[in-house]
Ligand binder design. Structure first.
Ligand code: GLA
Length: 338
């Protein structure tokens, strides 16, 4: 069995998923491929080809681990806990989505692993939103990153040629045509790698939850902007980012419907300013890349994903040359068996 899980680009809507807000991601063609075949015995043998590393563990008790092993063991354990009777397997995986870059190599791995493990056990594929929740438990409980559902939903529900407007309050998904005409979306690595478990990501998440508590709402996106402005700093600015970012997602959907890509560029810039100043999730290396892209004529450029490093997303107007190291990105297929 061979499964492919895509990474994702988030056009806009950052740090909104765990706040019951809005985002507009799409699956990309870069991702992770997982190969699985039945194995005699009672466990799993796993090879991570990109690291030249291996792991072996039992189906009954995968046990905790670090790094990529935590993703594989966690996926096996969470599928088992959810009632799927997995079969022992030999697994090999490799990928072409850079790690620590904000393009969700982790969701790519999780979604491909789920499809490969289910398929090798002869099990039908469950509801993909349920699978996304399961993958998110792997991140939260096995990897130690308190991430939301953005990456997993994008990887599992992506649609070619479309971004997905996700409302995290209801998990309603709405495909939004992403017609760039002769404009281009590119990502550029900042050179600063990040891991959600080790960066300021979990701190920001805790601050958002403290802001929601102070405002008496279950999730920050349900708060009013006026009430949020009465919070103490830094919670005030964290809330301001989340609420303004939600509004920018719908402004982007509206701009795309009108084909107004220049407006999309301005919204990307505004998102970046908010992530940098109000959410304080940027780092020097990312700022340098954003500045370089803007000086080179990008209509908009912003940090992407969890922040504190990783890739920058830029929208380039027609005729502008892609800077060195830029990789074009377009909405591709969701996770699938090959
Ligand atoms: C990471 C997380 C997501 C989301 C983004 C920020 O990619 O995995 O759940 O919170 O950061 O928007």
């Amino acid at each position: 069995m061979i499964a492919r899980g895509p990474g994702r680009v988030n056009l806009i809507g950052e740090h909104t998923d765990y706040n019951g807000g809005l985002a507009l991601p799409f699956a990309i063609d870069r991702g992770v491929t997982v190969e699985a075949e039945p194995l005699n015995g009672d466990g799993f043998e796993v090879e991570a080809l990109d690291f030249s590393e291996a792991d072996a563990f039992s189906l009954a008790a995968p046990g905790p681990a670090e790094g990529w092993r935590a993703f594989v063991r966690g996926t096996v354990a969470e599928l088992t806990a959810a009632g799927f009777e997995l079969a022992p397997a030999r697994i090999r995986f490799w990928g072409d989505v850079p790690q620590g870059s904000g393009l969700s190599s982790s969701a790519a791995l999780e979604s491909a692993l789920c499809l490969a493990l289910l398929s090798v056990a002869g099990l039908p594929e469950p509801d993909r939103t349920e699978l996304a929740r399961l993958c998110s438990r792997v991140e939260n409980d096995w990897v130690g990153a308190q991430t939301g559902l953005l990456d997993q939903l994008a990887s599992l529900h992506g649609r070619e040629g479309h971004a997905l407007r996700i409302d995290f309050a209801t998990l309603a998904l709405e495909p939004v045509a992403l017609d760039l005409r002769d404009w281009a979306l590119v990502t550029v690595e900042s050179g600063a790698s990040h891991s959600h478990a080790g960066s300021g990501y979990n701190d920001r998440r805790a601050e958002c939850s403290a802001a929601a508590d102070a405002l008496g709402v279950e999730q920050l996106s349900a708060a009013s902007a006026e009430a949020a402005e009465r919070l103490e700093d830094p919670l005030r600015r964290r809330a301001r980012h989340v609420l303004s970012e939600n509004a920018r997602v719908d402004a982007t959907v509206a701009a795309l419907a009108k084909g107004d890509l220049a407006a999309v560029g301005r919204l990307l810039d505004a998102s970046h300013a908010s992530l940098r100043d109000d959410f304080e999730a940027s780092v020097e290396e990312v700022e340098a890349v954003v500045a370089r892209l803007k000086a080179g004529g990008a209509a908009g450029a912003r940090m992407m994903g969890g922040g504190f490093g990783g890739a920058v997303l830029a929208l380039l107007p027609p005729g502008s040359a892609a800077p060195a190291g830029a990789v074009g990105v377009a909405p591709g297929l969701p996770a699938r068996l090959l």
